[in-house]
Each structure stands twice: as structure tokens, then as C-alpha cells.
Design a protein around this ligand. Structure first.
Ligand code: CP
Ligand code: NVA
Length: 313
């Protein structure tokens, strides 16, 4: 195991300056891609993409992003790997690390990705666990920077409506690293995990949990939400529909936000549940820019972790 290896398991793995630099590079890469001059620093490099859950955006954006950078992605379904038959994360990480230059993982327990990262000689990138979804929030922040300007990020007020889930947790980490204000409106019993929330609050992050969605949305630049039942929680759908009644993002809730507020959703979405069609398909919605930015933000991550491009200096 090398000591200098970096991973991206959580946004708190980045310093404030690193996150700002990563977002600026993501914007540059987007511009270069659209101008037809994407750099190819990853020629001869490979990324193992381990998926133990379904994916559309993450799978395609990492695959295409690696190819655009000149590298080679390998799609590895968890149930086709020996990992799915009980081979340890430690052995899997050490073996994959003999073949590839980076490992991207989407799995259930966060402890599994931590074990992979601990034993992997190459960088490990979190592509969603039950606890966190850092790559999603990098793309969301890139979308915020496009709407309000890069310099506006630390002064943003972001409203999270609904489940205190993996995506909400990465918003908490981002608020901690960048310093913006985050208000989460969650029903009782569905608040963020204290293991994520409390260290941020103790460190002075401007993060608060409220009960009323309108209180979170008041004066917000960004209103965002996610499904009521995440992957692995499908059997709780009915109970959750009852718990989250009153937590739908609709036009009346958006009216509490700033006039220039944008709506974000990581997707996939359930219109008529966590958000109305009027809002998600309306003029304030930036959901497809947000989905596109997964590609550009992750290319900045890949260039840094697999290409050795320093984020700063
Ligand atoms: N937002 C997101 O991660 O989408 P996928 O599950 O389709 O990858
Ligand atoms: N919270 C959702 C996000 C999907 C991208 C889930 O974990 O299923």
C-alpha cells in the first residue's frame, strides 16, 4: 500500500481550495469538450467500475469520461465478480490494483468501500454508497456555479427537502467544505445520520435540520430533493410515502425561494411523489445540466486521481 495515494470516498477528503479547483477544472473540461479539444491524459490507463446497484448516469458518464480522456473503462457488475460470492474487499482491491489505475465503486455499505480503499494500491472513487454520493454533489455544485457564478458558491443558501439520505449527506459535507448555508427539511425519523451531521455542525458548518419544508426553502438559491425510497429501500415505499406526505417540492414551496432559485434533483425522479412535474419540468429546473455535469466533474476527478494532475499549483 502506498502512503501518498488519494481516494475520493467523501467530499470531506477534499480541502476547500481543492474542491474549488476541482470545480473550476470541471468547467474548463466542459468548455474544452464542447470546443472539440478534450485533453487525453489517461492514454494507457484503466478504470475498474464496480457496480453492485443499478445506474444510468454514473455508469455512462464514467465510461464516456474515461474514453474522452483517452483511458479505458471496465464495467464490472458485482454479481459477476467473485466479490459477489464472498471474496473479501481486501483481496479484491489488491488484485484489481495490479491491473488498473483506479477503482470506481457503487455499493451498499460504506464500510465496504472503505475496506476497498484501505487495501487498494490505486485510487478508489465513491460512485454512491448507502451513506454518501460525492460525485453527484460535485456535479450539482458545478451546476450552481453555472447559475450563480463560481465566486457565489460560499454564499449560497441551499434547501434540501425530504429524506436525510446519501445525497443529503454529501450536501452536508459540501456545505462544510465550501461554507455555504444548507437547511434540510426532513420528517421525524428521516433526519440525516448524526455520524455525518454532527461533525459538520461541531466544526461550524452552516447546516441545520428543520421540520417544515417552507422554512428550509425560504430565501434559497437552490431547492433540491431526492426519491423517498433509495435503492435497497424499495420494500419501505408505502411507509415512506406516508412519512413524506407534505414534503413534495411543488410550485407553492418554490415560491418561498428566491426569484432566481434553481431546482436540482440527482435523478432518477418520481414525478408526483417528491416533486411535481410542474417544478421538475419547469423553467427553474436544471436537472439535465446537472446530469450532464456528472461527466465533466468526474473527468476532473479522473484527471486528478488517475492522471496525476495536481488540483492546486
Ligand atoms: N444520479 C445518479 O447517480 O444516477 P444513476 O443512479 O443513474 O447513476
Ligand atoms: N438516494 C438515491 C440516489 C440515486 C442516485 C439512492 O441511493 O437510490
Amino acid at each position: 500500500m502506498t502512503t501518498s495515494k488519494r481516494d475520493l470516498l467523501a467530499l470531506t477528503d477534499l480541502s476547500t481550495a481543492e474542491m474549488r479547483a476541482l470545480l473550476r477544472r470541471a468547467a474548463e473540461l466542459k468548455h474544452m469538450q464542447k470546443a472539440g479539444n478534450c485533453p487525453t491524459p489517461l492514454v494507457g490507463r484503466s478504470l475498474a467500475m464496480v457496480f453492485e446497484k443499478a445506474s444510468t448516469r454514473t455508469r455512462v458518464s464514467f465510461d464516456v469520461g474515461m474514453r474522452q480522456l483517452g483511458g479505458h473503462p471496465l464495467m464490472l457488475r458485482g454479481d459477476e465478480l467473485q466479490l459477489g460470492r464472498g471474496e473479501s474487499a481486501a483481496d479484491t482491491a489488491q488484485v484489481l490494483g495490479r491491473y488498473v489505475d483506479g477503482i470506481m465503486v457503487r455499493t451498499f455499505g460504506h464500510d465496504k468501500i472503505e475496506a476497498l480503499a484501505e487495501h487498494s494500491p490505486v485510487p478508489v472513487i465513491n460512485a454512491l454508497t448507502d451513506r454518501l454520493h460525492p460525485c453527484q454533489i460535485l456535479a450539482d455544485l458545478q451546476t450552481c456555479a453555472e447559475a450563480f457564478g463560481d465566486d457565489a458558491l460560499p454564499g449560497l443558501r441551499v434547501a434540501w427537502i425530504g429524506d436525510g439520505n446519501n445525497v443529503a449527506h454529501s450536501w452536508i459535507n459540501a456545505a462544510w467544505v465550501l461554507g455555504f448555508e444548507l437547511r434540510l427539511a426532513c420528517p421525524e425519523g428521516y433526519e440525516p445520520n448524526p455520524a455525518v451531521l454532527e461533525p459538520a455542525v461541531r466544526a461550524g458548518a452552516r447546516v441545520s435540520v428543520v421540520r417544515a419544508p417552507a422554512a428550509a426553502a425560504e430565501g434559497a438559491h437552490v431547492v433540491t430533493t431526492d426519491v423517498w425510497a433509495s435503492m435497497g429501500q424499495e420494500q419501505e415505499q408505502k411507509v415512506r410515502e406516508q412519512a413524506f406526505a407534505g414534503y413534495q417540492v411543488d410550485a407553492a414551496l418554490m415560491a418561498h425561494a428566491r426569484d432566481d432559485a434553481i431546482f436540482l434533483h440527482c435523478l432518477p425522479a418520481h414525478r408526483g411523489e417528491e416533486v411535481t412535474a410542474e417544478v421538475i419540468d419547469g423553467p427553474r429546473s436544471r436537472i439535465f445540466d446537472e446530469a450532464e455535469n456528472r461527466l465533466h466533474a468526474q473527468k476532473a476527478v479522473l484527471e486528478w486521481l488517475l492522471g496525476g494532475r495536481p488540483l492546486i499549483g
